[in-house]
Design a binder for this molecule. Structure first.
Ligand code: ZN
Length: 197
């Protein structure tokens, strides 16, 4: 991670960029986003943080993560409400990006083109293992993509899937430990009767 920070610190002096932090649930995406944003603040850069209004698990105004660290975030209902290019903000953090509409990649591109360092965190796959919302387009457009892994609760290997524990077929189901668990490729595809543990 250190190497990325150094690369983008140099780049940010001449222009903007897009960094994507992706992975399954419980992989530490929000923690990594906050780590980068805190470093930007230490560097005296002006930071704006945004999250989708749909994600109201804990709070309307805090960027939340599973370890209860939080920094203030602005909930917005659509990607175009994030920030106008040309504002004074130098670093924009976006959490739970998978919940945003398909305009988000273009918004992030416009921000980066106007000199803003954009750091986006989100689920790369939904519980069915399919690319989630605007994430694949963002990953394609980004200067850097960091894929984090959780730990498979069945076998302890790195986990890339968010396995849904309850029977609900909708793509969006907010919740944490009671609704999802991280699993590796093998354990994600275990037959149903072996799912119980
Ligand atoms: Zn496993």
């Amino acid at each position: 991670m250190q190497a990325y920070d150094d690369i983008f610190k140099r780049r940010s002096e001449s222009g903007g960029s897009i960094e994507v932090i992706c992975g399954s649930m419980f992989s530490g995406k929000t923690e990594e986003l906050m780590r980068r944003l805190k470093r930007a603040r230490i560097a005296r850069l002006s930071v704006g943080i945004f999250s989708p209004k749909a994600d109201t698990r804990y709070s309307d105004s805090e960027l939340v993560s599973h370890n209860a660290n939080s920094i203030p975030a602005m909930p917005v209902s659509k990607a175009s409400a994030i920030l106008a290019p040309g504002s004074q903000v130098q670093v924009v953090g976006i959490d739970e990006a998978q919940f945003f509409d398909d305009e988000l990649p273009d918004i992030c591109n416009a921000l980066a083109n106007s000199g803003v360092r954009v750091i986006v965190a989100g689920l790369d796959m939904d519980f069915k293992g399919q690319p989630f919302g605007p994430m694949p387009a963002l990953m394609a457009m980004a200067e850097s993509v960091t894929k984090l892994h959780a730990v498979c609760v069945i076998c302890g290997n790195p986990a890339l899937y968010s396995y849904r524990l309850i029977n609900n077929d909708g793509q969006i189901l907010l919740g944490e430990k009671e609704s999802y668990e991280p699993r590796c490729r093998i354990c994600y595809h275990l037959p149903q009767q072996e799912h119980q543990h």
